[in-house]
Design a protein around this ligand. Structure first.
Ligand code: COA
Length: 182
């Protein structure tokens, strides 16, 4: 399937003025979350939900919240331990929910929303080393395409190391920042 052009998509922060009734991702739990819980949680500052529109029609949404990764060095892949920074936990943004209307599955809307989240994390005026998700089993391959990996044997949570993403985008600048931090 050919992805929709990015300029045909736009995002808005969830608010009461949007009609969510016709949205159907094919997953009842995710539909129900968007229609009944997302705004309540946003008003409590527990999470924020971005809606994605295609030609004025709701195409998908992503809900982000903060979290931290508590590191159990015995269980973690040694390649992921951060040299020189020995903290019990590291900052992380969690993709709490992500869903696309089932009529638009496979047209790049999920990728667009995930790229949006990656951009938020990179541009935020705060440190955030990881983007994480607890994927539905059937969606794990979608996240793998973006570089998310399972680190622990339980295979519950996947992580994207934002340091690697930053370095791929701007290798020299990222390395400079790293050497200053050291
Ligand atoms: C999973 C989901 C968000 C993906 O969004 P999407 O807009 O359909 O995905 P995209 O079109 O951006 O796909 C990007 C790539 O991932 C692949 N992909 C998408 N969903 C996939 C899946 N479930 N399994 C394997 N690969 C998948 C696509 O084939 C595409 O690959 P390509 O770049 O090689 O062509 C969407 O299918 C969805 O909402 N599913 C139901 C709800 C759900 O499972 N949400 C995830 C909760 S963790």
């Amino acid at each position: 399937m050919v992805p929709l052009p990015e300029k045909a998509l736009c995002t808005e922060l969830l608010s009461a003025r949007y009609d969510l009734a016709r949205f159907d991702s094919g997953n009842e739990e995710l539909n129900d979350y968007l229609k009944n819980d997302a705004l309540k949680e946003q008003r409590q500052l527990l999470s924020k939900t971005q809606l994605c529109f295609h030609r004025d029609r709701l195409a998908g949404f992503i809900t982000l919240t903060t979290d931290s990764i508590r590191i159990d060095k015995d269980k973690l892949d040694p390649s992921q331990i951060i040299d020189g920074c020995d903290y019990p936990a590291y900052p992380c943004i969690l993709i709490a929910r992500l869903a696309v209307d089932k009529k638009l599955h496979g047209y790049g809307v999920g990728s667009y929303l995930l790229s949006l989240a990656i951009g938020f994390v990179l541009e935020a005026p705060l440190g955030c080393r990881y983007l994480a998700v607890d994927p539905k089993e059937e969606a794990a391959k979608f996240y793998e395409k973006f570089g998310f990996k399972y680190w622990t044997k339980s295979r519950r949570r996947m992580f994207l190391n934002m340091r690697d993403v930053a370095q791929q985008l701007e290798p020299e600048e990222s390395l400079d920042l790293w050497s200053v931090a050291e």
